[in-house]
Design a protein around this ligand. Structure first.
Ligand code: NAP
Ligand code: MG
Length: 499
């Protein structure tokens, strides 16, 4: 009815609509486009097959706790079949296919991802809990961009590596996490395929569905059978994949703990390895920064994807002279974030991916309080069903406290202050990680001075979380080694002979 405001489907944190705030009309994305099967098998040799293991896992919608589907759990015998299928596809033609032919296949994948973008975005949000505006505007378009970018390289590899002869490595085992399920699959698959390798991919246990829909997309794009095989399951499936003797390379994205185990198990073998692990990025705000822009950047840096982001700006380092003003504006901005139904197009912060992850976040936040940090959260009613955590800011944090050192992987920001640029750099680098960092200042020379000294694989200046297929992404120190994206990423999927 005109004049009558509908109840918001998300919750506008901190602002009571009845109290002068304004309510948003619900704007829920339809799920009609998505057909979810009750059961999924494994994707091996270009077809869906039953798992020999006979076991299944259930994937759930974290916003409702409702089960979405039963998915096969691959055992070692299934992983064996997938690796064998990848080896056959490699030797039977994919490695010898001219680059221009591989390029055509990858272009078709990219276009098909665009064609089915809406369906993929809705499924990503249903299975993982991220806001639809993020899966729609970031995850899916970037996944397509990765295939487009690498399709462009497939027939130009000899120019990419001047005076060298690039050749594929063979069969690659790839394990990905649950925070960007489709995008991480694209990051892994596109460079591997462009360079003539074949793949066995394991998606995360809580978010297998977009990888399985991607299998359908790959078939539509006429990726030859066996070039990509998808084995679903949990950590045990991942472990049997990465330790399989039939692999020439392992590419892993996930926690530093598991990355370390994989590195130990591959030590002394001929299998190549790249690791993309955790992070605890500093977002440095100098007193001369454009304050409102920096506030937006800090909010994006930590609350994007509920903070389930390895490169999240989880430590704010703000110059003491502007700290009070900055924190005041920051809290006011955070109070306007809408937390709730991930399918609502107005939602800023969606559901926490799993009960297990919610437990991790909750216990680290409790540790932060016990260690003397001051916790601030906006007034924020959370939905009753599902897994949720309100946006959280910790001040009075010391460098040694757990909340400043450990990766929370949730919507939790730790605030520290500094007086001089030297102190900012020293604090920013005081972490075992080194994946990303941000610098906010009006002065280009100060930005460059700072960026040069930061031990981080990516440094963003006056922006944050900008990801692009042309730009290499990866870590220093315990954030791993190897790069994904750009020429550097391509290089880790080829061996380079001398001409
Ligand atoms: P995780 O346990 O390391 O899981 C990552 C992937 O590895 C999942 O597919 C997981 O399977 C699988 N896995 C688990 N144990 C394994 C083993 N022993 N051998 C082989 N594979 C195994 O990480 P998580 O806790 O789920 O995810 C959050 C962590 O990932 C955070 O620490 C975050 O920083 C990191 N991460 C890093 C990046 C990056 O680009 N650097 C990106 C995203 C996330 P199941 O999940 O099915 O058990
Ligand atoms: Mg799920």
């Amino acid at each position: 009815m005109p004049g009558e405001l509908a109840e918001p489907t998300g919750v506008l944190a901190g602002v009571d609509p009845a109290d002068g705030g304004f309510a948003y009309a619900p704007s829920r994305e339809s799920t009609d486009l998505v057909a979810i099967q009750d059961r999924y098998g494994l994707w091996i040799g270009g077809e869906e097959v039953e798992a020999l293991s006979g076991r299944t896992i259930t994937t759930t919608n974290p916003a409702t706790e409702e089960p979405l589907a039963e998915v096969a759990e691959a055992g070692p015998e299934d992983v064996d079949l997938a690796v064998a299928a990848a080896r056959r596809a490699y030797e039977d033609g994919w490695r010898d296919l001219p680059g221009r032919e591989r390029a055509k296949v990858l272009y078709r994948v990219a276009r098909q991802l665009q064609e089915r973008a809406r369906e993929l975005a809705v499924l990503e949000t249903l299975d993982g809990g991220k806001p639809i505006k993020e899966s729609r505007d970031i995850d899916v378009p970037l996944a397509a961009a990765h295939f487009f970018h690498h399709a462009g390289w497939a027939d130009k590899l000899e120019w990419a590596f001047a005076n060298r002869t690039p050749s594929p490595l063979g069969v690659v085992g790839q394990v990905i996490p649950w925070n960007f399920p489709l995008l991480m699959a694209a990051w892994k698959l596109a460079p591997a395929l462009a360079t003539g390798n074949t793949v066995v991919l394991k998606p995360a246990e809580t978010t297998p569905l977009t990888a399985l829909l991607l299998a359908e997309v790959l078939a539509e794009a006429e990726v030859p059978p066996g070039v990509v095989n998808i084995v679903t399951g949990g950590g045990a499936t991942g472990a049997s994949l990465v330790s399989h003797p039939g692999l020439d390379k392992v590419a892993f994205t996930g926690s530093t703990t598991v990355g370390r185990q994989i590195q130990e198990s591959l030590a002394g073998t001929r299998t190549r390895l790249t690791l993309e692990l955790g992070g605890k990025a500093a977002n440095i705000v100098y007193e001369d920064a454009a304050v409102d822009q920096a506030v937006e950047g800090v909010v994006n840096g930590i609350f994007f994807n509920q903070g389930h982001v390895c490169c999240a700006g989880s430590r704010l380092l703000v110059q003491e002279s502007v700290a009070e003003l900055f924190l005041d504006k920051l809290r006011r901005r955070i109070a306007t974030l809408r937390v709730g139904d991930p399918l609502d197009k107005n939602t800023d912060v969606g559901a926490i991916n799993s009960a297990e992850q919610l437990g991790r976040i909750t216990s680290l936040v409790e540790a932060g309080v016990e260690e003397g940090g001051e916790r601030w959260q906006p007034a924020c009613a959370l939905p009753e069903k599902g897994w949720w955590f309100p946006p959280t800011v910790f001040t009075g944090v010391s460098q040694s406290s757990r909340i400043a050192r450990e990766e929370v992987f949730g919507p939790v920001l730790a605030v520290l202050t500094f007086r001089t640029p030297e102190e900012a750099v020293a604090k920013a680098n005081n972490t075992p990680y080194g994946l990303s960092a941000g610098v906010w200042s009006e002065k280009g020379s100060k930005v460059l001075w700072t960026a040069e000294r930061l031990q981080a694989g990516v440094v963003w200046a006056n922006t944050f979380n900008k990801l692009d297929p042309t730009s290499p992404f990866g870590g220093y120190k315990e954030s791993g080694f190897g790069r994904e994206g750009g020429l550097h990423g391509l290089a880790s999927y080829v061996s380079l002979g001398r001409r």
